[in-house]
Design a protein around this ligand. Sequence first.
Ligand SMILES: [Zn+2]
Length: 265
Amino acid sequence: MPEGLEAEIYRRAADRCVGRTIATVRVDDRQAMADELRAVLPGRTIVGTGRRGKLVLVALADGPDDPRDDPRMLGLHFGMTGRLIVDGEAAIDRLEYASGRDDPAWDRFVVEFTDGTTMRVNDPRRWAVFSLDPSLDHLGPDVLELDADVLRPRLSGRRAAIKTVLLDQSVVAGYGNMCVDEVLFHAGTCPLTPTDQLTDDAVDAIAAATAEHLPAMLARGGSHAGVIDPEVRAELPPCPRDGAPLRRDTVGGRTTVWCPVHQRR
Ligand SMILES: [Zn+2]
């Protein structure tokens, strides 16, 4: 599914639309804010993009003449299988666990700009959500801006398994299943460790592994581009660090791959 890294790839693609003015909008009727989006978006100009976790933000000004006038924020959340396609080009060709097929029947949100170019969200499963001026109150700090000083207070008082806590978007926004397994692999932390039993060194290692490995995975194409990649997840080869048999468990309802030798409580 799109994790924070995929959302960042989508944000960069959306950023190519800065300066374009929206002519028409088509929105899936099942979207809760479909009417508002249809009413507000036409005539507005994209003046910037942002992101918090898995939520991509597109800033819209009231027309091209005064880009600072009355800005509104479009929120794009891609659910499990949503893809952003700008000018007919998918920012990510194929998501893990999702079809790479670009069927027009799966277009849930289509923006046509006055210059004839397009931006659309194609989503076979309809779990993508499009919103106006979305609240960020329920989202923790972004995963790509994390350090130990930011992370430590977010974890305090939590008893659930560290993997479950990191997947909670209100704790840190942007970790997904693959990124958490990757970070805990490099940090040497067992994903089942109760969060309130983590040592200070373990929290430091999680923050350091996040800061080191997530940008590298982003540069290589996304959350599938780590050591615990989809092939490793499927085939469970020996641990690439110590040769021990990797394990596959369910933690917080999510399939989790980890090494019982070097990932310790
Ligand atoms: Zn190992």
